[in-house]
Design a protein around this ligand. Sequence first.
Ligand code: ZN
Length: 73
Amino acid sequence: MQRAITGFHRDEESHWVAELECGHFQHVRHDPPWQNRPWVITEHGRARMLGERLDCKKCDEGAPPDQIEESED
Ligand SMILES: [Zn+2]
């Protein structure tokens, strides 16, 4: 299902993760030559992708929304 990107964050391994309007997260790694997403490296590139749509497999599977894992302090 196509879902719009509403934001980004990094996971614990510093990989970029897109936050989708449906509440699911999706990794958007830049790992050439297999996964080529140079736009994710820069703040400008990520800002340009806000509102763009990604195919959300989790929606197709009916998965529950993802949550950012925040460390308790
Ligand atoms: Zn989804």
